[in-house]
Design a protein around this ligand. Structure first.
Ligand SMILES: NC(=O)c1ccc[n+]([C@@H]2O[C@H](COP(=O)([O-])OP(=O)(O)OC[C@H]3O[C@@H](n4cnc5c(N)ncnc54)[C@H](OP(=O)(O)O)[C@@H]3O)[C@@H](O)[C@H]2O)c1
Length: 371
């Protein structure tokens, strides 16, 4: 990850420019950086990661919206472009909702991707949020993570019986979110996903990494469904096989569908205090690498957040720690420094039509000067 300085982006039609207050990190951000979604995403490197933001509207590039300058909002940025790990970002109007004053930016920024995929996973399993569910048994794996901690709360709001897996250090937290039973995934019973009360699961919201179909199957009710939100080729193949065999026990792989009504739904619950964001840790933009590393470690409890207000003066960083390259835009500047796969976080540096790339000394590049 490199820190660079570029021009503030211009909102096009259907977009708004935000002064970002907080960005939460999702595993998809660093999976893109690692090239795990190539050749599809991102369209090209370098790119500015970060999809989930809370911020203040600076400019509206669309006259057909009620949003106006100064509004505080929550947005899910367009994934191919991302751009949230920056002081300024453009967001699609269609995936932007007002931020209620009851929600602080850090907590609000946790919601768009993680709470929405948790909601969509439950809905995919047939769960309704209108109080008409017959109480069913639900297992949520990695219940201490960004997605899992929302999934537990949403499942409880829907009236489900929740068994959750997490590490021993997070068992009390997960219970406090409402889980009825908590399993330590590192203990034998937890690894086998066995409910302490002997329940079979009607639904599994699988937020952890690979667990074999056999392990799930042994614990599913006759028509139990596993909703896998981290699809791999193996799980997609298993899912296909289950369908071809017309098995009653199913594995469904799921990708997030960006929907503003789902963002509004989780934001409303959070406003009412019924859906809580547990923030693992907060970092200033200059410490974005630490936030990144925390998310990549797979050890986050809840959401990892970068808060722009925590950032210090960029000039100090340049003189203290970095070599500087000046170019005309982010891609030219990166090209000049030959970092084809680098990922940038951005600081706005000046308004004289130049941008600065700030490269870590360890990379061993000589400073470039120009404009
Ligand atoms: N399909 C989609 O569109 C979509 C959208 C969002 C996220 N996702 C995917 O969903 C997955 C979860 O995302 P996330 O943001 O929740 O991740 P996360 O916050 O990084 O999850 C970390 C947490 O998971 C726990 N954990 C790890 N392995 C576990 C296991 N085997 N059993 C129980 N707990 C375990 C960790 O506990 P310890 O620290 O105690 O180990 C840690 O608290 C990721 O693979 C992500 O890419 C998919």
């Amino acid at each position: 990850m490199q820190h660079v300085v570029v021009q503030i982006p211009c909102p096009k039609e259907g977009e708004i420019l935000l002064k970002v207050e907080a960005t939460s990190i999702n595993p998809i951000d660093w999976k893109l950086q690692k090239g795990m979604m190539r050749p599809f995403l991102p369209p090209k490197f370098p790119f500015i990661p970060g999809v989930d933001v809370a911020g203040e509207i600076i400019e509206v590039g669309d006259e057909r919206t009620d949003f106006k300058q100064g509004d505080k909002v929550i947005a899910m940025l367009n994934l191919p472009k991302s751009g949230g790990l920056a002081e300024y970002a453009v967001a699609p109007v269609t995936l932007t909702v007002p931020r209620p004053s009851e929600l602080a930016p850090a907590e609000a920024s946790g919601l768009p991707t993680a709470a929405v995929i948790a909601l969509q996973a439950l809905k995919t399993a047939g769960v309704e949020f209108d109080g008409r569910n017959i109480s069913s048994n639900t297992l949520i794996t990695a219940a201490s993570g960004g997605v899992g901690h929302y999934a537990v709360q949403l499942a409880k709001l829907a009236g489900l019986h929740v068994t959750a897996t997490c590490g021993s250090r997070n068992m009390e937290l997960v219970k406090s979110l409402g889980a009825d039973e908590v399993l330590d995934y590192k203990k034998p019973a937890g690894a086998k996903l066995r409910s302490p009360s002997g329940k079979k699961y009607d639904t599994v919201i699988h937020c952890a990494t690979w667990i074999s179909w056999g392990t799930f199957e042994a614990n599913l009710s006759a028509e139990g469904k596993v909703i896998d939100i981290s699809p791999s080729f193996r799980s997609m193949f298993t899912s296909l096989c289950r369908r071809v065999m017309m098995s009653k026990k199913k594995l469904v792989t799921l990708l997030l569908e960006p929907k503003v009504e789902d963002i509004k739904f989780v934001v409303e619950l959070a406003k009412e205090g019924r859906l809580r964001t547990f923030v693992d840790s907060k970092y200033g933009l200059e410490k974005a690498e630490e936030a990144w590393a925390k998310s990549m470690s797979g050890r986050a409890t809840g959401k990892v957040v970068v808060e722009m207000s925590k950032s210090s003066d960029p000039d100090a960083r340049i003189s203290d720690y970095f070599d500087v390259a000046v170019g005309t835009d982010i891609e030219d500047a990166f090209a000049a420094m030959l970092f084809p796969t680098a990922v940038a976080s951005v600081r706005f540096f000046s308004n004289d039509n130049t941008c600065c790339i700030i490269a870590d000394h360890e990379i061993g590049k000589a400073p470039l000067v120009g404009n």
